[in-house]
Design a binder for this molecule. Structure first.
Ligand SMILES: [Zn+2]
Length: 153
């Protein structure tokens, strides 16, 4: 597995956010897999698809990628829309999640976690005590020993 991002054709993108999105999605396409059926590739939805980021062509499961610049995946997640997330994880097409952290100097992946969808229930989604604009906190515990925190931007 090559942890470096593939920078081919990213010069057409102007903003760092766009470039990071392209690089991380490309990496997941090349290195991710479907935890449901074991298919070796997942495929990106077209840009701005109102659904998840990836899908499996074999079993049709969907995936959301949460990535950020960090050494490791932390213990809490700050994400966008609370209601949207609740709705999403309660829907028939609730997604599996990919958590990816990377180094922006070397453009290499530091961590990549594939978390099956059955771990995501409304009880792990929290609203922060003090709302920060549209942000809210997603607190997720895999076990007593590990929690996930990520910042989606
Ligand atoms: Zn599959």
């Amino acid at each position: 597995m090559d942890l470096r991002f593939n920078h081919a054709n990213v010069s057409e993108y102007k903003s760092n956010a766009q470039i990071a999105r392209v690089l991380t999605e490309r990496w997941v396409h090349l290195n991710g897999y479907c935890p449901n059926c074991g298919a070796e590739k997942v495929h990106a939805f077209k840009n701005n698809a109102p659904v998840a980021d990836f899908y499996c062509a074999s079993c049709s499961e969907q995936f959301e990628l949460k990535s950020n610049i960090a050494k490791k995946v932390g213990s809490k997640v700050v994400d966008g829309a609370y209601a949207t997330m609740i709705e999403r994880i309660q829907s028939d097409s609730n997604p599996h999640f990919f958590f990816l952290t990377y180094d922006k100097t070397s453009w290499k992946v530091n961590n990549f976690l594939i978390i099956p969808k059955h771990y995501f229930t409304p009880s792990i989604i929290e609203k922060p005590a003090v709302p920060v604009k549209e942000l809210f906190i997603v607190k997720y515990s895999f076990s007593k020993h590990m929690e996930i925190l990520f910042v989606h931007f």
